[in-house]
Design a binder for this molecule. Structure first.
Ligand SMILES: [Zn+2]
Ligand SMILES: [Zn+2]
Length: 647
């Protein structure tokens, strides 16, 4: 998950316009002389592409100020906050040893060797000490030591982990250390000028972590925190975290009885009846999209001999992500993607240029050996189904195919409730197949399409697939979180490797270009995103339990059974909940399970032939006749119908 904040451009200071007096020795002095007000938010400076402390000596160079509220500034704040955390821990627990404390997404952590562990009360105390140290506005002072002296420095201080880290650094290097008050830490820097910049922080959790990530080593105590430029930014972040927690698909998935995961099948989902209804609704919708946009659905084998993966390049470049099985002295890979299989289908019978583009789609069930530590509910899994598709086309058809796909993808996201889409172009990674010439060709093809499209896009250098560059589609959810979903990738390599051909207009054999594409990405993850985006209040068409009819007493049951049958006959997913529990209890249960509509029936409703309507968001819609109810329900948005009018 990536949370993207607004990026604020750095304001350059042109040193050429300054009076360069001899006494102006540091960046701090220069800024103070030129524009003192900037010192309030300046946390560091950048010269060319290197960042420095304000206290560093300034030579005859231009520099930019890094303000606290820029992404780079926030990173420096988090970095400095990690040191502040370590300082506070050492004050409270002098025998604890410091190890490492990096910046991570949204914050920082620090690992301590402390066998007693930290209780929630300890964390409170540490926070209090940190706040006191913030008030003291302690300067962070940089000094350097040769490697050997630095090792000795930390050994004398009984910081054996730190000494061990430094021992691994080449001897000839000079190391920078930072001192704040009586606490010194090894660090490359830069840091904020003083601890007064670190007021907007919060410690968030404690977890165990092995020294150097190795389970054979000592278990360390990892304290996590977050830090921001302002209290306002911190409050906003904490509020979003709270909201995200409430919407966590793992919690809601259990509450709605949709799915579960268990230890025997890490990263693979057990879908329950309700969740599977929703899943199937989405699959049927995508199947309609396939048909409407000119795809033919196919199905290819789950396990395929390694020789095919060797030819496709997966065995060489992707082996660590593949599960394998042995059978009759042959090695097979469980498919991590469907592409090589699709080429096999294309290769059956030589195609004419008149048949291109050929578009195959598959609900491709794939497995990838993702590291167990990265697995996360249904969002990051090992077993998943892609809404996968491959377009085989001629070189001059790439433009129209990619443009059409971009349009389709925007439309589908819209129909599924997402209005904000971010486009990114990912270019050649280090580990790749294919010549640079082929990469040049495919990258410029995509770039040209994006340049000529109505959409904005970013470039992510080095993030492409190993066989080609790609355009990625990310959604912004209601909490502002970004989720990467769809993709289209240009591939000149695989048709070559797997010997795909078509007959061109001149009657000669020619290589087709292969486009890999997916709109949702994977069904599992997309379901997770939809659950979190709606807090489980799924759109009516997708909701597994659309209607629950709730009799208040036994006398109302017959009427309820009758209208349930009527609703079912109209194609709605309706149940009559005639359990003997109190009606308020049942309403509560159905609200938690996110039953879309509840129809409550008592004496008044039976005698007037009506129902009392409320929904999963606890909105009361009042009494309705069955006729009014069905008209209302039928008018609810259904992307399956909207699709008819679009493509
Ligand atoms: Zn640092
Ligand atoms: Zn593919």
């Amino acid at each position: 998950m990536v949370v993207v904040g607004g990026s604020i451009p750095l304001v350059p200071i042109n040193k050429g316009t300054m009076h360069c007096e001899v006494k102006l020795k540091t960046f701090y002095d220069v800024i103070k002389t030129q524009d003192k007000s900037r010192l309030k938010s300046a946390v560091a400076v950048r010269v060319a592409d290197k960042e420095f402390d304000l206290s560093r000596e300034c030579h005859d160079e231009n520099f930019e100020i890094i303000d606290a509220d820029t992404p780079q500034g926030v990173e420096i704040i988090r970095h400095s906050a990690a040191h502040l955390l370590a300082m506070a821990v050492k004050q409270l627990f002098p025998k604890a040893q410091v190890t490492i404390g990096p910046v991570i997404d949204d914050g920082f952590y620090y690992d301590f060797s402390w066998s007693d562990g930290f209780s929630p009360q300890d964390i409170d105390k540490i926070e209090q000490v940190m706040r006191r140290l913030v008030k003291k506005r302690l300067p962070l002072q940089r000094f350097v030591l040769p490697q050997e002296e630095a090792v000795q420095f930390f050994r004398d201080d009984n910081e054996h982990y730190k000494a061990e880290i430094i021992e691994d650094i080449p001897k000839e290097e000079e190391l920078s250390l930072y001192k704040q008050g009586d606490f010194t830490d090894l660090c490359r820097g830069p840091h904020v000028p003083h601890t007064g910049f670190l007021g907007a922080f919060k410690l968030t959790k404690v977890a165990g972590a092995y020294w150097r990530g190795d389970a054979q080593n000592e278990m360390l105590q990892r304290i996590y925190g977050t830090a921001w430029a302002t209290q306002e930014a911190l409050d906003k972040y904490l509020h979003l975290q709270e909201e995200a927690k409430k919407r966590d698909h793992r919690r809601l998935g259990k509450q709605m009885d949709w799915f579960h995961l268990q230890d025997e099948a890490p990263g693979m989902i057990f879908w329950h009846p309700r969740g599977w209804i929703a899943y199937n609704q989405l699959e049927q919708f995508i199947r309609k999209v396939y048909v409407k946009t000119g795809y033919q659905e196919i199905k290819t084998p789950q396990i395929i001999d390694r020789t095919l993966w060797e030819k496709s390049g997966h065995w060489d470049k992707y082996a660590e992500n593949m599960f394998t099985v042995e059978c009759e002295k042959r090695t097979y890979a469980i498919k991590p993607m469907s592409c090589p299989g699709h080429v096999q289908v294309f290769n059956q019978g030589l195609k004419s240029y008149k048949e291109l583009p050929v578009r195959y789609a598959e609900f491709g069930c794939c497995h990838r050996n993702e590291a167990s530590g990265t697995l996360h509910g249904v969002m990051r899994v090992r077993g998943f189904v892609q809404d996968d598709g491959h377009i085989f086309c001629a070189l001059d058809q790439i433009g129209q195919e990619v443009s059409a796909f971009i349009k389709q993808t925007y439309t589908i996201y819209n129909l599924l409730g997402f209005d904000e889409v971010i486009l990114r172009l990912s270019t050649r990674p280090e580990k790749r197949v294919g010549s640079d010439e082929v990469w040049d060709k495919s990258e410029s093809a995509l770039e040209a399409i994006l340049e000529n499209s109505e959409y904005d896009y970013e470039v992510l250098p080095g993030e492409g697939a190993f066989y080609g560059p790609k355009i990625e589609f990310s959604l912004k959810d209601c909490l502002g979180r970004i989720w990467q979903c769809g993709t289209i990738q240009v591939d000149f390599s695989m048709p070559e490797r797997l010997d795909a051909n078509f007959v061109n207009a001149a009657g000669e054999k020619e290589r087709p270009v292969m486009l890999h594409r997916a709109i949702l990405g994977t069904f599992e993850r997309f379901m997770g995103i939809m659950i979190e985006n709606t807090a489980g209040h799924m759109p009516f068409w997708l909701c597994p339990q659309q209607i629950a009819v709730l009799p208040i007493g036994g006398a109302h049951e017959a009427f309820c059974q009758e209208i349930t049958q009527q609703l079912k006959a109209l194609g709605f997913r309706a149940t009559c909940d005639a359990r003997s529990e109190k009606v308020n209890y049942k309403i509560r249960e159905h609200t938690l399970a996110r039953t879309s509509i509840m129809l409550i029936v008592g004496d008044q409703e039976v005698s007037s032939g009506t129902v009392n309507v409320r929904d999963s968001k606890m909105v009361q819609h009042g009494q309705m006749t069955m006729e009014a109810l069905t008209t209302w329900l039928k008018a609810k948005p259904d992307p399956n119908q909207e699709l008819e009018n679009i493509f």
